[in-house]
Design a protein around this ligand. Structure first.
Ligand code: C2E
Ligand code: MG
Ligand code: MG
Ligand code: MG
Length: 288
């Protein structure tokens, strides 16, 4: 009896597994056509100078308008895209799109683009980035490539070599989601990081959790002692903002300061400036 029950349970489990595998395969197949069918887009989230409150740049965040499912966020599809390798195609599309967009922004603004560990396995990642910079005319120092610690868990020496070559191009390297992966300290010591991003899982609990605050303080101290700027992501409340500023964090990103948007606020700001200088065609009393 028991044996029999065990077996039918296993069958049930298998059926569930099959369904999950089938669903992932379906997403994978659809993703292969996402770029050619114009289903991908990029949202831009502002990153601010914590002292002045001015925007220093934007992070490009991929969105997929999946037919029949609406706008999907990366959590749903990035891991599938990575497993199947389609991320290489998607990542290149986002990079080209983001650089094209940023090349039109006022000079000092930077654009941060996430690069998957799978892309770091490519032998020609650096050439690909150089070609896109050339093609779009974006100055290399305005491009920030965000890498997570997971990238170092694969082919470490190759990833390091690629990072050094990207650094040689003049592109800036950012350690994303810092504090959630492994071997962070040795990576920081050995590599030319321009910035560290404190993971938003710490930010979210800062107000109530003294340990989280200590960790954030330590990350900021570590960054500064290595001459690396620190960004806090996921800032949602005024109190969180105050705490990380008090701890010495240079830059802020989060819903409190600006949400990811298809139209970066720089465009809107530029249009307002344009209107205030050139007028919008409406007559107004001049009381200057
Ligand atoms: P990430 O690089 O750490 O990006 C920050 C994520 O935090 C974004 O999620 C953003 O929408 C979200 N976020 C921003 N402010 C807040 C806040 O105040 N509170 C909270 N809870 N979240 C906030 P998103 O857009 O869903 O992206 C999730 C992750 O997917 C990204 O994390 C990144 O790892 C990955 N991703 C996004 N776009 C790309 C891409 O083009 N290529 C690759 N390889 N990965 C990407
Ligand atoms: Mg990121
Ligand atoms: Mg992050
Ligand atoms: Mg993340």
């Amino acid at each position: 009896r028991a044996k029999h029950a065990g077996r039918s349970k296993a069958c049930f489990f298998d059926a569930e597994m099959d369904e999950a595998v089938r669903a992932r395969r379906q997403i994978e197949a659809e993703l292969r056509h996402a770029t050619t069918r114009s289903q991908l887009s990029v949202n831009y989230q502002p990153i601010l100078d914590s002292r002045t409150g001015s925007i220093t740049g934007y992070e490009a965040l991929m969105r997929w308008n999946r037919p029949g499912h609406g706008m999907s966020e990366p959590e749903v599809f990035i891991s599938i895209a990575e497993e199947s390798g389609v991320i290489v195609q998607l990542g290149e599309w986002v990079l080209r799109q983001a650089c094209t967009e940023a090349a039109r922004w006022p000079q000092p603004l930077s654009i941060a683009v996430n690069v998957s560990p799978v892309q770091f396995m490519l032998p020609n990642l650096c050439e690909g980035v150089a070609a896109i910079l050339e093609e779009t005319g974006l100055a290399p120092h305005r491009l920030e490539l965000e890498i997570t610690e997971a990238a170092f868990e694969r082919d470490r020496s190759n990833v390091i070599a690629t990072l050094m070559r990207l650094h040689g191009l003049g592109v800036r390297i950012v350690m994303d989601d810092f504090g959630t992966g492994f071997s962070s300290l040795s990576n920081l010591r050995a590599l030319p990081f321009h910035k560290i991003k404190v993971d938003r899982s710490f930010t979210g609990i800062l107000e109530h959790d003294a340990v989280a605050r200590s960790i954030v303080r330590a990350i900021i101290g570590l960054g500064h002692s290595l001459g690396i700027q620190v960004v806090t992501e996921g800032v949602e409340t005024e109190l969180q903002r105050q705490i990380v500023i008090e701890e010495g964090c240079e830059q802020l990103q989060g819903l409190l300061l600006g949400k990811p948007d298809i139209e970066p606020s720089v465009k809107l700001a530029a249009r307002e400036n344009f209107l205030s200088v050139h007028g919008d065609g409406f007559d107004r009393p001049c009381n200057a």
